[in-house]
Design a protein. Structure first.
Length: 336
């Protein structure tokens, strides 16, 4: 993996006192007539005054303006990881997919369902359309939309696996209808935890979740996290590539990659090798991850969050250039 230039460091794009976790980059097509060329939506903090998801606009990826909060949140619940797509020809052509929990605080990790909202403009206000895309699952987060090589529209997302060890969150893929209202067919597993760096918590108690054979009164489990998938990538060799984030967003957190070879997905990020983005504590760069892909002007970028200066600092959005090694593996570099 190429070494980063030590003189070039990651930096927050638009530093704030509030959390900017899970940034999603969106560039409306020119014909949409949007106010800004680029938008970034973040999870932010729990909804206040009936609104969720801070949104920011930019015309050059360097100067950003806060545009308020994009979603009308009808419930006092944790809302996570929005993604946005433009559907031309609709009265409300902007559609947001996001997850919502049953509550906040201790219930902020419980019962997340991926839902749909729509708006007339990319800055919102988005209003929930009543569609639950993952109603049959007890936990689903982090939707990402993209086209497969055959032209079908797909959504990758994260869900929990508890039938067998390793217990934890993994990533899956499902076809989705063009209106973004319904998943088609059962989700196809893309990746589950394999490495020690995927451990979220070595002894976690989750009394709200049923795991066969586990009695929460006396037991804990070794819980893993593989989440935040990014699909729709092709390596210079033409191989399908998926990105994911793993570990604990409040501890060791990094971005890994899956590469499809001869029809089989393999996790190429093992041990200390082939991270797309990883922490650099010596540079005050902690917990990078949950990226989204932005293609513009013939280039590929990643918008991700990281903690700057301290492992307990609030997450801030930063920009990276997506590059490829001679072996067709992805890696990120800070943008000067």
């Amino acid at each position: 993996m190429p070494e980063h230039d030590a003189a070039i460091a990651y930096r927050p794009l638009f530093p704030e006192e509030r959390d900017q976790g899970d940034p999603y980059a969106f560039a409306p097509p020119p014909e949409a007539g949007a106010r800004w060329r680029y938008y970034v939506y973040t999870t932010g903090e729990d909804p206040e005054q009936g609104r969720a998801f801070p949104v920011y606009g930019s015309d050059d990826l360097a100067t950003w303006r806060p545009l308020g909060k994009a979603l009308r949140a009808e419930r006092r619940s944790s809302h996570w990881a929005p993604c946005v797509r433009y559907l031309p020809g609709r009265a409300l052509p902007y559609v947001m997919l996001y997850s919502r929990a049953v509550g906040v605080g201790a219930e902020g990790h419980v019962g997340h369902v991926i839902r749909r909202a729509e708006a007339a403009a990319p800055e919102g206000p988005f209003v929930d359309s009543g569609h639950e895309l993952t109603a049959g699952l007890d936990f689903a987060i982090d939707p990402d939309l993209y086209r497969r090589p055959d032209g079908t529209l797909a959504m990758a997302f994260a869900m929990d696996f508890v039938e067998e060890e390793p217990y934890g969150t993994g990533i899956v893929e499902s076809e989705i209808d063009e209106e973004l209202t319904t998943l088609i067919g059962a989700p196809r597993p893309l990746a589950r935890a394999r490495h020690d760096w995927h451990v979220y918590e070595p002894a976690r108690a989750m009394p709200w979740k049923t795991i066969p054979g586990v009695d929460w009164a006396t037991q804990t489990v070794r819980w893993h996290t593989v989440e935040a998938p990014v699909g729709g990538l092709r390596s210079p060799r033409g191989e399908a590539v998926y990105l994911y984030s793993g570990g604990n967003f409040a501890g060791f957190y990094a971005v890994g990659a899956l590469v499809e070879t001869d029809g089989q997905l393999r996790d190429v990020t093992e041990g200390d090798a082939n991270f797309v983005v990883q922490p650099r504590p010596e540079a005050g760069f902690y917990g990078p991850g949950h990226c989204s892909l932005l293609r513009t002007d013939g280039r590929e970028y990643l918008l991700l969050h990281a903690r700057f200066g301290s492992p307990t600092a609030k997450r801030q959005t930063c920009l990276a250039a997506l590059r490829w090694t001679a072996d067709g593996l992805p890696f990120a570099e800070p943008v000067p």
